[in-house]
Design a protein around this ligand. Structure first.
Ligand code: CA
Length: 230
């Protein structure tokens, strides 16, 4: 498995490279956003947000626009805004500096496990039955293709927005607790702010309009109203 490290601080990159190699990963290292965007596609990207030539968030956004590669954002700023912003532009997870190699490896494993779960079976002989689309009003969610249609148009969602929408609409009519949503959409070892969840819910509300009604149940969680509800 090839991990691309995008980090301009040589001492951090060196220790990461050494540590990850010890765990059996192949490692490429680049120091700038431009090099990251030009690099051969890796299996996973560790992306520092503080880069000399570009804002790491822009790098993340541009990578995500062309690829589904797992991205773990590294933030030095210990800043909640950065973290939420990183997830908003499509990062799968984040770690804050300083971190240990074991922590990074745990995140890499969790993120790749989740991605493997998302990916369609390749070249296998198993007859996987694609999950049926979920319909809410005029919105149709193709879970297998990870696409959302609203009326005649397609709605572009970030990966986590899509996962959250599926989690909510699969059990439309039921209240889902904040904890269970964070667990399902992010990970059980989520250390981030739970504000991330609210950010994603408002993004969904904005992108889906009145067709999907997401009700906030104060102190508990969220509920997607069934389309046939009165
Ligand atoms: Ca940096």
């Amino acid at each position: 498995m090839l991990v691309l490290i995008v980090e301009d601080d040589p001492s951090i990159a060196d220790s990461l490279r050494e540590g990850l190699t010890r765990y059996g990963y192949e490692v490429e290292w680049v120091m700038s956003g431009r090099e990251a965007l030009a690099a051969a596609p890796p299996d996973l990207i560790l992306l520092d947000l503080g880069l000399p030539d570009m804002d790491g968030l822009d790098v993340c956004r541009q990578l995500r626009a062309v690829s589904n590669v797992p991205i773990i954002v590294i933030t030095a700023r210990g800043d909640e805004v950065d973290t939420v912003a990183g997830l908003e532009v499509g990062a799968d997870d984040y770690v804050a500096k300083p971190f240990g190699v074991r922590e990074i490896v745990a995140r890499i494993r969790a993120v790749t496990r989740r991605h493997a779960g998302d990916a369609p079976a390749m070249g296998g002989t198993r007859d996987e039955v694609a999950p049926p689309p979920i319909d809410v009003g005029t919105v149709s969610i193709d879970v297998a293709a990870r696409r959302v249609r609203r009326g005649d148009g397609e709605v572009a969602l970030a990966p986590k927005e899509f996962d959250l929408l599926v989690a909510l609409t699969r059990r439309a009519g039921s209240v889902l607790t904040r904890e269970s949503l964070i667990d399902e959409v992010w990970d059980s070892h989520w250390f981030g702010s739970t504000r991330t969840l609210d950010v994603h819910v408002s993004a969904l509300r904005q992108k889906l309009g009145p067709d999907v009604v997401i009700t906030t149940v104060r102190g508990v969680g969220f509920r997607v109203e069934r389309a046939d509800a009165p």
